[in-house]
Design a protein around this ligand. Structure first.
Ligand SMILES: *Cc1c(COP(=O)(O)O)cnc(C)c1O
Length: 407
């Protein structure tokens, strides 16, 4: 990216996982321009269009079928939060139960239904009303490495006096993005699925950020070998940064009445065109997935080396595939590091309860050269900030030459 003075930046934020295929991918842009030039339908409510059919065909043939998934595809309003709303409503309507189990540090959007499932107190505090209908459970690792928190979930669901109402569904991110890149182990995810089955509770995987290849496979839950009843997707689904969201679910629970979860912008035709292009271009075979895993290994190797160099204990690594981070424990420290990186031409953000995790979310298509360059910039920034902190620990304003409007 270039700013209006021509300065060059690498983007390791990538729309918080919306630009997995980079900014303005030329192949998608050409198809989008062709579609507009040929007077393809721009807005058609949720009606049938050629662009919609072609997206659905590509999604079915290249994504669902090879993975032996037979989901119904529902187009919701174009935000991730709206897809989560639809998923929660469906689960509640199907089971006739109200409660939803959500996890510590989970993030599912900021409209009221999904906000009730979100953990972050900053976002919850903006609601202005009580956030009802959810119970919070500890995510994988929350109580330490040795505690399998699904055993606790099983226990409270087995005990009619636990005080936790039998839920309609459990909603989970396989890797928590906004919550600080907390990766659930595959074993924990399998145990979670087993607990859900045992108690006849629906399993919702919120794959809005972890999906579309971020962790190494198209769906983040594939390698765990689980089959969620409901999956939400958005962010990189449209491929080009265009608003687009869907809910996928098993045909047996398709109990919507027509138009029950309606919305004016269900089905963004421009996004159908670029979403299909992304599937055709990157997901027709295994090559892309292998590339993500290869780059993911490089990232892990580099981040581990950086952590080792700067004293383990102060910093730790986390994540999976190209969804990794460095936990700086201290949010202020993490902020100084990302500011230093920005001075040197790298856009990179933090996440976690105290913004303490530096979040490496570069486009999946990044070249090896630029990947190395971006990580080099963070490595330098950590050394720079650690040296400054040692030399003048009370000094906060050694950045007075930059002014950034933060989020
Ligand atoms: C971003 C995100 C959402 C919300 O999506 P919006 O488009 O911002 O409403 C929900 N769940 C997860 C996991 C996300 O990362």
């Amino acid at each position: 990216m270039y700013d209006d003075e021509g300065n060059e930046y690498l983007d390791f934020l990538a729309g918080a996982g919306t630009l997995n295929y980079g900014h303005n991918h030329p192949a998608f842009k050409t198809l989008l321009l062709d579609y507009i030039n040929s007077d393809g339908i721009t807005h058609g409510l949720d009606m049938h269009t050629k662009a919609k059919r072609e997206f659905l065909e590509a999604f079915n043939e290249k994504i669902l079928k090879p993975r032996e998934l037979s989901y119904v595809v529902q187009f919701t309003g174009p935000t991730g939060s709206n897809a989560v709303e639809a998923a929660l409503k469906l689960a509640r309507n199907v089971t006739g139960r109200e409660n939803i189990i959500a996890f510590t540090n989970g993030f599912h959007g900021v409209s009221l239904g999904s906000l009730a499932a979100t953990g972050n107190s900053h976002h919850r505090g903006a609601a202005g009303v009580s956030l009802n209908g959810t119970s919070r459970m500890p995510f994988d690792g929350y109580l330490g490495e040795d505690v399998d928190t699904t055993a606790y979930l099983d226990k409270v669901l087995s005990d009619s006096s636990s005080g936790i109402d039998l839920p309609a569904a459990v909603i989970v991110e396989t890797v928590q993005g906004e919550g600080g890149i907390n990766a659930a182990s595959f074993e924990w995810l399998r145990n979670l699925e087993a607990v859900c089955k045992k108690h006849e509770v629906l399993l919702i995987v919120d794959d809005i950020q972890a999906g579309c290849g971020r962790t190494g496979t198209y769906f983040s839950f594939e390698e765990a070998g689980i089959k969620p009843d409901i999956v939400t997707m958005s962010k990189s689904l449209g491929g080009y940064g265009l608003p687009f969201a869907v809910v996928l679910f098993s045909p047996e629970i398709d109990q919507w009445k027509p138009g029950e979860h309606n919305g004016t912008f269900r089905g963004n035709n421009f996004a159908f065109v670029t979403a299909k292009a992304a599937i055709d271009h990157f997901w027709s075979d295994n090559h892309f997935s292998q590339e993500i895993k290869r780059k993911g290994e490089y990232i892990a190797m580099r981040l581990n080396a950086i952590v080792e160099k700067n004293g383990e204990g102060n910093f730790t690594t986390r994540g999976r595939g190209m969804f990794q981070g460095i936990n700086c424990v201290d949010g202020e420290l993490a902020g100084k590091i990302t500011r230093r990186a920005f001075q040197n031409g790298l856009i990179i953000e933090t996440s976690g309860a105290d913004d303490q995790v530096i979040k490496f979310l570069c486009p999946l298509i990044i070249s090896d050269v630029n990947l190395k360059k971006g990580i080099d910039i963070v490595e330098e920034a950590i050394s720079y900030v650690c040296a400054k902190e040692e030399a003048m620990p009370e000094e906060n304003d050694y950045f007075d030459d930059v002014h950034i409007d933060s989020e």
